[in-house]
Design a protein around this ligand. Sequence first.
Ligand code: NAD
Ligand code: TYD
Length: 342
Amino acid sequence: MNVLVTGGCGFIGSNLVRYLRAQRPGWKVVSLDKLTYAGNLENLGELEGDPGYHFVRGDIGNRELVEHVIRQHSIDAVMHLAAESHVDRSILGPEAFIVTNVLGTQVLLDACRPTGVKRFLMVSTDEVYGSLGPTGAFTESSPLRPSSPYSASKASADLLALACGHTFGMDVVVTRCSNNYGRYQFPEKLIPLMVVNALHDQPLPVYGDGGNVRDWLHVEDHCQALAIALEHGRSGEVYNIGGGAERPNIEIVKGILSILGKPESLIRFVKDRPGHDRRYAIDPSKIKAQLGWTPAHTFERGLEETVRWYVDNRPWWERVRSGAYLQYYETQYRARLEPAAA
Ligand code: NAD
Ligand code: TYD
């Protein structure tokens, strides 16, 4: 099988490409990636020279290019991960999220139809469901109530993919996963940001009271679920993917400090994110029952291994944090350090 992975140089995409080359060695994997600030060729440096892996730099919104790549590599299936992915950035500037996540997804779907792509796997997010109260979990039939520009753009893409199935008979499968963690995550998301700041003895900005809950999924468990969903998912169906590891943010931040042997005095409670979703929790019973998937990683061990990876791979995050990104972050970082009461 020949698979096109969009966003293959990002966090989940690069872990997925690596996973597929190791676990599905008979598949040819082509990565299409624009290499935004979040995409990095270095994430897949070890695959250089691998005849089963090809990289194409390009935008999913370029229909001509996408059709050319699909035809050139006789692509059978698309795993669509390319996106603008950070909620905070979507609050500062939603436009890029609409261009890539909504329009780009539609262009990609349109390019798949005349070129004979057999299956389209849309990687969506649990954030499309909005926020939960203190109890309960999202199921595939929970209503979609996205609350940030990011999640609204992902809900649009998710529904456009499903609409393509209904309207044009395209074979579409949608997955909605919870927060991923693991190696190669860009250090603007909670876990790598806190590790990097702690290593610099800089304050760790915790939004609001730190009681917001996320349901953590190890990226390698996610990649396994995506491969299974592509192979065995039922056409037109949605599958929730979650690691069963609900934790309040403050607990994660304290856990990171403890692994690194750094003091809790580095924690700084700062002004909350506007519209901050309080709690996410995934009910993954459908993918477990229908496709036989279960996560292999436990959170505490996975977190410790992840933190150690960042400690051991300082040159990687120093490089990806340099240049334009650093400028953006320094500005945002200063703004973020306003105290919670402000
Ligand atoms: P990421 O930001 O690390 O990577 C995104 C990748 O997409 C980058 O390599 C970037 O260069 C590429 N890209 C962006 N715009 C593009 C465009 N127009 N054309 C081609 N490539 C483009 O994101 P991630 O965390 O790896 O997330 C991957 C996918 O998984 C996204 O669709 C995201 O919405 C979804 N998701 C992520 C999480 C998470 O916890 N990280 C959770 C749920 C869902
Ligand atoms: P994030 O990693 O941005 O993922 P998402 O917003 O998609 O869930 O954030 C995870 C949680 O951590 C979320 O509740 C916001 C919180 N957070 C902070 O408290 N401080 C930070 O500096 C960041 C980036 C996130």
